[in-house]
Design a protein around this ligand. Structure first.
Ligand SMILES: Cc1ncc(COP(=O)(O)O)c(C=O)c1O
Length: 425
């Protein structure tokens, strides 16, 4: 399949991974200009959790559009902001009882770094190998998922230290805890040798690695980090930009680890496609932020707020978090069965509807080529998927949380045929 490119008038910094000339989206489907239907198992990179153009979200957006397009947060009091924070508080623990909003995920990560520095009066941030936190210079400085994101932009922000992550696919099951202990020991050593607790404001981690390969670390790793932060008076930031709003079968992935971070970063699924992001923290921390020292023109835009308020209602009313869990369990089991049949699939893992399927080549090396072949063959047959991982060796499944079993079955049939095509069977 020949992949289309954007026109010469559009920057080539955006590669195009499909040849779909899009017309519209509805539910789990995307339709092209000729009316061809595709099952979208990307959700626009984990954004359209309520499906494309959910009628209730569209209605809320339409109504808001006729009332106010822009109302600057430092100029106007807008009660929508109270509705949004109250609705968010229903799904976010009371410990995180104060919110700040912006537009993109990267912007929210920038906000989290700046808040951590102001609140602690300490400069340094520790991030973890394989993490992805965005592309603006501050957020990129914390991003180590692939060199391509950093190449040509370095040197980046100073005061950032990278600690190892127990990405455990290459370890035998029984070695995982040992590997985890090693990573935690390295983290303590980093505090002892490079950035002392007195100088370390925060640690930032994705509770489940997204762009880095859909990797869920052992509970003991995340709990170990929480303990080290507590012991050393360091803030713990969870970047739940990709894992949030029901994606993993819980509203937020921190629930899987039975801990709460000090700062929670949210975006993507919050507003079903409208640009909105934010951070949540305890008021005591938030109040250390000096008024006027951070902000922006747009965040939070009223149309995005209307979309977010209705998105949270839809997630609740349609029990989509539960659906993510149920459909995720089904998808995981089906993909694990495929793994038994096709040795090129070396690992299937995930939580809820955030599932990675890792490929290897005949020599056991990262299966970059075969994963891309399978992805392309899926596309030809009407299924949109993305890859991730340091070598793009993982095919990730991130469908809308509205997806039904029949739709997943259809997608799985296409996926199986695409694997057969790719192996020339
Ligand atoms: C975990 C995580 N953090 C940050 C970002 C950056 O968000 P944005 O692309 O909206 O700037 C992403 C985007 O994929 C992400 O997955």
């Amino acid at each position: 399949m020949k992949v289309k490119q954007h026109s010469d008038k559009v920057s080539r910094v955006w590669p195009l991974f499909t040849n779909i000339d899009v017309d519209y989206g509805e539910g789990v489907h995307i339709y092209d200009q000729s009316g061809r239907e595709f099952i979208d198992c990307t959700s626009g990179i984990g954004v359209t959790n309520t499906g494309h153009c959910h009628p209730r979200v569209v209605k809320a957006v339409k109504e808001q559009t006729e009332k106010l397009l822009h109302g600057q947060t430092t100029i106007l009091y807008n009660s929508m902001l109270d509705r949004l924070t109250n609705d968010l508080q229903k799904i976010i623990p009371e410990k995180l009882n104060c919110f700040f909003f912006s537009n993109s995920g990267s912007e929210a990560v920038e906000g989290a770094i700046k808040l951590a520095r102001h609140a602690t009066r300490k400069p340094n941030i520790i991030c973890f190998q394989g993490g992805y936190h965005g592309r603006s210079i501050g957020a990129l400085s914390l991003t180590t998922a692939k060199s391509v994101y950093r190449s040509g932009y370095q040197p980046l922000m100073s005061g950032v230290f990278v600690s190892p992550h127990p990405y455990f696919r290459q370890y035998r099951e029984e070695d995982v805890e040992e590997r985890t202990r090693h990573c935690l020991a390295e983290l303590e050593y980093l505090l002892h040798t490079q950035t002392s607790p007195d100088e370390t404001a925060a640690m930032i981690i994705e509770p489940i690695l997204g762009e880095g390969g859909y990797v869920m670390p052992p509970e003991s790793f995340i709990n170990g980090i929480r303990d080290i932060c507590n012991k050393n008076n360091i803030l713990l930031i969870f970047d739940e930009i990709q894992t949030g709003f029901g994606r993993t079968g819980e509203y937020f992935a921190f629930t899987h680890f039975n801990i709460v971070p000090d700062i929670l970063v949210i975006a993507k699924g919050i507003a079903s496609g409208l640009p909105l992001s934010g951070i949540a923290a305890n008021k005591e921390i938030m109040d250390k932020w000096i008024p006027g020292s951070h902000g922006g023109t747009y965040g939070p835009n009223p149309i995005s707020m209307a979309a977010a308020i209705e998105t949270i209602n839809v997630l609740e009313d349609e029990e989509l978090v539960n659906n993510a869990k149920e459909m995720g369990d089904f998808l995981l089991a089906e993909l694990q069965a495929l793994k038994k049949e096709y040795p090129i699939i070396v690992d299937v893992r995930g939580k809820g509807l955030m599932i990675g399927c890792e490929f290897v080549d005949d020599n056991g090396n990262p299966g970059t080529v075969i994963a891309e072949k399978v992805r392309q063959n899926c596309l030809t047959r009407g299924l949109i998927l993305l890859t991730c991982g340091p070598y793009n060796q993982v095919i990730r499944w991130i469908p809308p949380l509205t997806i039904k079993k029949t739709e997943l079955e259809k997608a799985l049939t296409i996926f199986t045929l695409a694997i057969k095509d790719s192996l020339g069977r």
